[in-house]
Design a protein around this ligand. Structure first.
Ligand SMILES: [Zn+2]
Length: 384
C-alpha cells in the first residue's frame, strides 16, 4: 500500500521513495512506490505529472491500494528514486478544485442546487448543477465566490468521527462509508472530497464563470480560476482592444459597434443584390436572341447570383445556358440551365470532362469545374 504523502504535505514538490513494482502497460510503465507525492486521478481532479529519477511521469492513477505512476521508461524495483511533481500544473489543479468548491457551495446555499458532475479539464473546469440558473444568478454566484477569495478564508480538511459526521450537513455525490474526508470553507462550503485544495481561498486567485448552457434539465458551467482566469482576461482584452481599434469604438461599446457594422453589411448586400439583378437583366437583354447555347464568364459572382443569372439566360436561348465565375486561376463555379431539356446528364458529362463536382434539378445544375476557360466554353457551345 502506497503511503500518500500528498495529503500530509500539500505544498511539497520533491520526495524520495523506493520502487516497489514496475509493469509494462499500454502507455509505458506503471511504477509503484512505497510513498508518493503524486496525486492519482480522482474526485474530478486529474493525476499529477512530473519526474521519477530519469523517467517522465505522464499520469498518476489509483491501482487498488497502490498509486501507479505511468512513466515513459522502466525503473528498477528496490531502488530509491527522487521524485518531483510538476508543481505549476498541480498548483493550478488545486486552485481549480478549490474554486469549484467555493462556487458549488455558494450555488447550494443560495439556490439549493447540487453539483451533479465535475471535471477539471485541460482548459476549464466543467461543473453540472441539478437545476437551471439564470445569467443574473450566475453573476451573483461569481461575485460572492470572488468575495470569498478576497476574504482569504482557511480551507480545512478533517476526518470527523461517526457522531460528528452524522450531525454535519455536507455536500456529497454518493453515500460514503468509513472515514470521510470533509473539506470546508467557513460560511461557504462543507463537502466530502478526496482531492487536493489550496490552504486558504486567497490562493485560488480570480474566479470566472466563462459560459453556461442548459444541460439535462440543469445547467453546465465552465469555470476558470487563478492564472487560467487571468490568461482568459488577457486574451479577451486583446480581442476587445483589436475590435475597438478597427471600429474606432470605445472598448465598452464594441458590441454596439459590431451590431452596426452587421446591419450596414446586410443593407449593402441587399443593395448589391438589387443592382446585380438590374445588371443581369440588362446583360441578358443585350445578348442576341435565339442562339442555341450560351456560355458566359463573369467575375465575382457567388453561387446564388450564378443561379439567378442562369435562369435569366435560359430564356434567351433554345438549348442550354451556362454562366461561370473563376474563383482561382483555372477553378470555376458554374450554373447550367435549360428551359428545353434535362440538364442533369449534361452536368455529369461536364463535371467528368473538367474534373468537377455538381448537381441540381432538371432545369438548373450548379457546381465546380477545373480547366481552361476556352475549352469549357467550346464544350458547352458545341453541345448538341
Ligand atoms: Zn475537493
Amino acid at each position: 500500500m502506497t503511503e500518500k504523502l500528498f495529503y500530509r504535505e500539500t505544498g511539497a514538490v520533491e520526495f524520495t521513495a523506493r520502487v516497489t513494482g514496475c509493469d509494462a502497460v499500454k502507455e509505458g510503465y506503471a511504477v509503484t512506490l512505497d510513498r508518493t507525492l503524486f496525486y492519482p486521478e480522482g474526485g474530478g481532479q486529474p493525476g499529477d505529472t512530473g519526474r521519477l529519477g530519469d523517467a517522465v511521469v505522464l499520469d498518476t492513477r489509483e491501482q487498488g491500494e497502490e498509486v501507479a505512476h505511468i512513466t515513459d521508461r522502466p525503473l528498477p524495483v528496490g531502488e530509491t528514486v527522487q521524485g518531483e511533481i510538476d508543481w505549476a500544473r498541480r498548483f493550478s489543479m488545486m486552485q481549480q478544485h478549490t474554486g469549484e468548491h467555493i462556487v458549488s457551495g455558494i450555488v447550494h446555499r443560495l439556490f439549493g442546487l447540487d453539483n451533479v458532475g465535475f471535471h477539471i479539464g485541460r482548459d476549464a473546469v466543467r461543473v453540472d448543477f441539478s437545476g437551471p440558473l439564470t445569467d443574473e444568478q450566475l453573476r451573483e454566484v461569481e461575485r460572492r465566490a470572488n468575495e470569498a477569495v478576497f476574504a482569504n478564508l482557511p480551507v480545512r480538511c478533517d476526518y470527523p468521527d461517526g457522531a460528528a459526521l452524522a450531525a454535519l450537513d455536507y455536500r456529497s455525490k454518493k453515500e460514503l462509508t468509513g472515514a470521510v474526508r470533509i473539506v470546508s470553507v467557513p460560511g461557504v462550503d462543507v463537502c466530502a472530497c478526496c482531492g487536493l485544495h489550496v490552504s486558504a481561498t486567497g490562493s485560488v486567485g480570480p474566479i470566472k464563470i466563462v459560459s453556461s448552457q442548459h444541460y439535462k434539465g440543469g445547467v453546465r458551467i465552465l469555470l476558470l480560476c487563478g492564472a487560467r482566469a487571468m490568461a482568459d482576461y488577457a486574451e479577451k482584452t486583446g480581442s476587445v482592444t483589436a475590435i475597438s481599434n478597427l471600429l474606432s469604438a470605445k472598448p465598452g461599446e464594441v458590441a454596439l459597434a459590431v451590431r452596426r457594422v452587421c446591419d450596414e453589411n446586410a443593407a449593402l448586400r441587399q443593395k448589391l443584390s438589387a443592382l446585380q439583378n438590374q445588371w443581369m437583366e440588362l446583360k441578358a437583354a443585350s445578348l442576341p436572341e435565339g442562339e442555341r447555347n450560351l456560355c458566359l464568364l463573369e467575375e465575382g459572382l457567388l453561387p446564388d447570383a450564378l443561379r439567378r443569372f442562369c435562369l435569366l439566360l435560359t430564356g434567351r436561348c433554345t438549348g442550354v445556358a451556362a454562366i461561370l465565375s473563376e474563383r482561382e486561376p483555372g477553378q470555376f463555379q458554374f450554373a447550367l440551365g435549360s428551359a428545353a431539356r434535362d440538364v442533369r446528364p449534361l452536368c455529369r458529362e461536364l463535371t467528368a470532362r473538367f474534373s468537377g463536382r455538381g448537381g441540381g434539378s432538371a432545369e438548373l445544375a450548379q457546381g465546380t469545374l477545373a480547366g481552361a476557360w476556352k475549352e469549357i466554353e467550346a464544350f458547352i457551345i458545341d453541345l448538341e
